[in-house]
Design a protein around this ligand. Structure first.
Ligand code: GLU
Length: 305
């Protein structure tokens, strides 16, 4: 497969696309980002990295962090403990919806909507001595990059506008599904969202999901393959807000997006790929990012379907 030529073609096509997306503004610091940024990094198990554009520039990973939070939780807590507090069904509702949670007695639909990630954060706080440090250490280890950190301005900015996430926490606490103080869980959740990584670093970190739970170069096992299978399944069915069906239909890979405009997707046994373009479509996924990934699976003829 000539991945170099395929990425060159995608790069050419990207320049001709009209982008009707809008950069997220509800976290004021995110609104400042240059809408023209575009990066893509493909990391193949057999042939390494291919890339173009702003692939090495760090951006706010936002909800992509929910995959790392879940993975860390699955490293330290038994699945039956974890999945009794958060379900694994697609939500079909916006990522920060309160309505479903009320109907379903405070059990979030899945770990990749905000309510689910807040429960996972609560579980991590109970299980870890230094949750923030250990969360960063985990990402640094799987990305092989000790300099990965949060953006303090994004962290502070989201803290000032987190009323809806606080509401989700209060509602879940009223149902007995949050054990730690609300302020502490909110602070840790926002910390995770404020992590910054580049397309290349995200593709490297996500290699554990393409390589049966092992890092690629050292083959060090982070999580057993049966648990990785579960995380990939949740990414496929729940990784794209209420557009997971559309993403599966168009792209055909498990993955996770964030309101910072990043998307990382996985082809188990083959590659990981990350795209970054800040303008989002009405469902909150990067408009050009989705286009680029659709072209990748079409031009390679490879998807999991
Ligand atoms: N920190 C964001 C929030 O909770 C994450 C949103 C996202 O990327 O989906 O609102």
């Amino acid at each position: 497969m000539n991945y170099k030529e395929i990425l060159e073609q995608i790069q050419t096509e990207i320049h001709t696309q009209v982008n009707t997306g809008k950069v997220a503004t509800y976290i004021p610091e995110l609104a400042k980002i240059d809408a023209e940024k575009f990066g893509m990094n493909l990391y193949c198990i057999n042939s390494g990295h291919y890339q173009f554009g702003d692939y090495s520039e760090r951006f706010s990973i936002q909800s992509i962090s929910k995959v790392f939070g879940l993975t860390l939780a699955m490293c330290i807590v038994e699945d039956n403990e974890l999945f009794k507090r958060v379900d694994v069904e697609p939500s079909g509702d916006p990522f920060n919806s309160l309505v479903q949670l009320e109907y379903e007695n405070g059990i979030p639909r899945n770990p990749f909507i905000n309510a689910g990630a807040l429960v996972v954060s609560d579980i991590l706080i109970s299980a870890l001595d230094k949750p923030k440090q250990e969360f960063l250490d985990f990402i640094r280890e799987i990305a092989d990059e000790p300099t990965i950190d949060i953006n303090p301005s994004v962290f502070e900015s989201e803290k000032k506008f987190s009323h809806r996430n606080a509401a989700l926490l209060n509602l879940m606490k009223s149902f007995g599904n949050i054990n730690n103080p609300i302020e502490e869980v909110l602070d840790f959740y926002i910390f995770q969202c404020a992590v910054e990584m580049s397309c290349k670093e995200l593709s490297t970190a996500f290699m554990i999901y393409a390589n049966q739970g092992k890092k690629l170069i050292t083959e060090k096992e982070i999580l057993p393959s049966n648990k990785i299978k579960r995380i990939n399944a949740i990414m496929q069915t729940c990784g794209f807000y209420d557009e997971a069906g559309e993403f599966t239909f168009r792209v055909g890979l498990p993955g996770k997006s964030g309101v910072g405009g990043g998307i990382t997707a996985v082809h188990p046994g083959q590659y990981t790929v990350t795209v970054w373009s800040p303008p989002l479509n009405p469902k909150g996924n990067s408009e050009l990012g989705m286009y680029a990934l659709e072209r990748l699976t079409t031009l390679t003829g490879l998807s999991i379907f």
